[in-house]
Design a protein around this ligand. Sequence first.
Ligand code: COA
Length: 332
Amino acid sequence: MSAVRSQHRAAVVAGLGGALPEHVVTNHEIAARLDTTDEWIRTRTGIRERRRVAPGQSTVDLAEEAGRAALGPDGHADAVVLATSTADQLCPATAPQVAARLGLGTALALDVNAVCSGFVYALATAAGFIAGGMAERVLVIGADVFTSLVDPDDRTTVPIFGDGGGAVLLRAGEPGERGALGPFDLHSEGELAKLLWVEAGGAAQRVPENPKDRFMVMQGTAVFRQACARMAESSRAVLDQAGWMVGDVDRFVGHQANIRILQATAKQLGMPADAVVSNIDRVGNTSAASIPLALADAVADGTLTPGHRVLLTAFGAGLTWGSTVLTWPELS
Ligand code: COA
């Protein structure tokens, strides 16, 4: 494939799937254990319940199930890009194991860690493989068992996070067709890394000096402000690059961190409240799985239909954030 031709290859959405653990954790169950209430959690976050993996179930399982659903019965892919910050092992990556379970032979496979922005980063990575002629069909998965990073005694994080997986299949196609992704707007700000931080477990502090250091610590109010500002800024940038007006967007699919963050961001952008797609009440914040799970739920309940112009925007630890757009395609 010539370099000139490859520049014209777009990554087109050709499949979609989601996976949730069966076990539901309600606000009432959390309120029975921690100093909080169902009412506080609902009104501050919009979350009523979230899912938690069963013992022995892990990121690779959720990624496999979501990936299989996106591939469809006879689907194949020559690459797997898996967004996760809760890989089953620190080494190796989870994606090769998922590719093997899905029978994808020796497919190119790697993990991308941009935490809650991971899915948008993974879409961009996959789109780059397709544009560069390195792959024809890429399975992009977002899967996280974020409950493994949450301190069970921390009332500020337990209510927010849940486990899940979501995936899309991308194929090589033409820039103008329905389902074609892009442009992308991606950023980071490492100076603010400690706003959402896990101290131990990595190379810097392999064995936690304090057992609690293996859990996520979150400065909620600062994260809230950053999430609204960065998602709004990135949304404007990507719309500008795409040549879309805010009013062109039919569906705003933002990272499901908090319903108030989604509503505030939409308001800052001047977008009507009914453009906001959300399933946070049922799943909480599923990190890298959040956007594909929201897409899968919106397609299933008819909120998202072919022809809708969609804005995807995410924000996460790192800090990282990013956005892209597409016109929703017909999926078989
Ligand atoms: N139940 C009851 N009270 C709680 C609580 C809980 N689960 N969690 C925190 N509180 C308390 C706080 O301790 C604080 O008490 P204080 O005033 O005595 O200090 C009070 O509620 C208000 O806390 P505040 O942080 O101002 O509330 P908030 O309206 O900002 O909501 C979050 C807290 C965590 C819901 C909100 O900050 C948030 O969603 N932040 C972003 C989190 C996020 O999206 N993280 C992932 C990003 S990818």
